[in-house]
Design a protein around this ligand. Structure first.
Ligand code: SAH
Length: 197
């Protein structure tokens, strides 16, 4: 997976490549899909949601430029796999999931994988996690029509956010960077995510 899907497509950050080779993706995939854990595609994880294709996880993670002391917010815990990757690259990860069954299962799967620096909360992630703000990085793994204001407000100065934006049929993975009071925005690529509700 790492050589053929990530390195071959230009993922270069050695820390991201290492985190992805050290994290058993099959531990975050439901039993009925487990054989396909390392395939080059998204997979269903129940409740009509999906775990992203490995390349997209790597690309989003790389663009966040995490440091070992970073504090990260994830919106859309889903399986917990993206949170597990973030946890290996940053100090603390806060992750919000609106579907309780997915959140509860992700907590169990993260525990079984030995990951201790992720906190999962059930709720509407578009409001962010004000009690823990500001964050050095924010990653949104569901598509929003417009940038949710509270998330931008919870970025540190110099903080980076990766978020799919736009209508469901024309989504653009976007990098947002806070510089003082202004927000810089840069398109990364087209993408296809489940909607942010
Ligand atoms: N990052 C996940 C993929 C998640 S799919 C993984 O690694 O597996 C997107 C997730 O976002 C779904 O689980 C969905 O329930 C959740 N979601 C959608 N809208 C949300 C919202 N407003 N707040 C929190 N979670 C939301």
């Amino acid at each position: 997976m790492v050589a053929e899907q990530l390195e071959a497509r230009g993922i270069r950050d050695p820390r991201v490549l290492r985190a992805m080779s050290e994290t058993p993706r099959h531990q975050f995939i439901p039993p009925e899909e487990q054989e396909r854990s390392y395939e080059d595609q998204p997979l269903p994880i129940g409740s009509e949601q999906t775990i992203s294709q490995p390349y997209i996880v790597a690309l989003m993670t790389e663009r966040l430029r995490l440091k070992p002391d970073s504090k990260v917010l994830e919106i859309g815990t889903g399986s917990g796999y993206q949170a597990a990757i973030l946890a290996k690259l940053a100090r603390e990860v806060y992750s919000i999931e609106r579907i309780p069954e997915l959140a509860d299962r992700a907590i169990r799967w993260l525990e079984s994988a030995g990951i201790r620096n992720v906190q999962v909360r059930i709720g509407d992630g578009s409001q962010g996690w004000p009690e823990e703000a500001p964050f050095d990085a924010v990653i949104v793994t569901a598509c929003a029509e417009r940038l949710p204001e509270p998330l931008a407000a919870q970025l540190t100065d110099g903080g980076r956010m990766v978020i799919p934006l736009g209508p469901s049929h024309n989504q653009v993975l976007t990098l947002i960077e806070r510089r003082g009071d202004s927000l810089l925005s840069e398109p990364i690529c087209g993408c296809l995510f489940v909607p942010l509700k």
